[in-house]
Design a protein around this ligand. Structure first.
Ligand code: NAD
Length: 247
């Protein structure tokens, strides 16, 4: 059962000026997209080293293209749609406007489809492909492989999925760090707290005075860094939390 300390939350609501939310794979689980760690470190039955590292791409590029092509195709399935948690965040965003920052580790487009316009995809986006030389990205909903080339370089170069793999630098880090240092509430949703630097965001926000909240199915690796916790399905606890605390 989820119990909310309503009075505390209402009191906090009066103080909220800047809200930062971090989401992970757990927010999309009920939309039909498997989390990273659903089955012992495998992602959709693949070893992470094979499909989410630069070394894996160098070893077997076709396997990696195929893996992300399948993930991209999945986003077009009528079965994959934003759930109530994505929608709740779109409502908060419309209320707080530029005082709300949404950071996601997810590479799906469910936040955008729920109505969030400015999403910081720190680990990249499935529906983008990136030139291996210039780093410029293009939007794509179709498959890419080693035969697709950029139009930005001469001679044109190969395209790769615009996914930040393990060992690579996440995107938007300066914007993210600035937002974490300025927010007065930081809410982490559906993330296991195992992947850095995202797992360290709570400490940065806390050290700059933010109230910190974890909304997850189960306690995360960094649970002790959060002042407030609610455990349950994202589609239930995310709307409940924001309805109770942002009145
Ligand atoms: P993770 O798989 O490590 O952890 C997911 C967390 O979500 C777990 O703590 C789990 O308990 C929780 N969870 C599962 N179902 C939930 C639900 N219905 N409601 C609330 N919480 C739920 O994922 P992570 O922490 O985001 O880190 C893994 C990496 O995987 C990310 O970098 C991301 O790029 C990548 N990834 C992305 C997607 C996506 O875009 N949807 C999917 C899989 C993996």
């Amino acid at each position: 059962m989820v119990i909310f300390a309503k009075n505390v939350s209402l009191l906090l609501a009066m103080k909220f000026k800047r809200v930062v939310v971090l989401t992970g794979a757990g927010i999309s689980a009920e939309s039909g997209i498997k989390t990273f760690r659903d089955s012992n470190g495998l992602w959709e039955n693949h070893a992470i080293e094979d499909v989410a590292t630069p070394e894996g791409f160098a070893r077997n590029p076709q396997l990696v293209y195929d893996f992300y092509n399948a993930r991209r195709k999945q986003l077009l399935s009528p079965d994959v749609t934003p759930n109530k948690a994505h929608i709740a965040l779109a409502n908060v965003a419309s209320r707080f406007a530029e005082r709300f920052v949404l950071i996601t580790q997810n590479v799906d487009n469910l936040h955008e489809r729920a109505g969030n316009t400015d999403v910081l995809h720190m680990h990249g986006e499935l529906q983008r492909a990136r030139c291996v030389r210039s780093g410029k990205t293009i939007t794509t909903t179709g498959d890419i492989d080693g035969h697709h080339h950029c139009t930005c370089c001469h001679p044109s170069q190969a395209l790769r999925p615009d996914i930040v793999w393990f060992g690579e630098t996440p995107q938007y880090m300066s914007q993210i760090e600035a937002a974490l240092c300025q927010c007065d509430i930081f809410v982490s949703i559906g993330t296991s707290g195992n992947v850095y630097p995202a797992a360290g965001f709570v400490e940065l926000a806390k050290n700059h005075g933010a109230h910190t909240v974890e909304l997850n199915l189960e306690p995360s690796a960094g649970k002790n860094n959060f002042a407030e916790h609610h455990y349950g399905l994202a589609s239930v606890i995310v709307p409940q939390f924001f309805n109770a605390s942002m009145k």
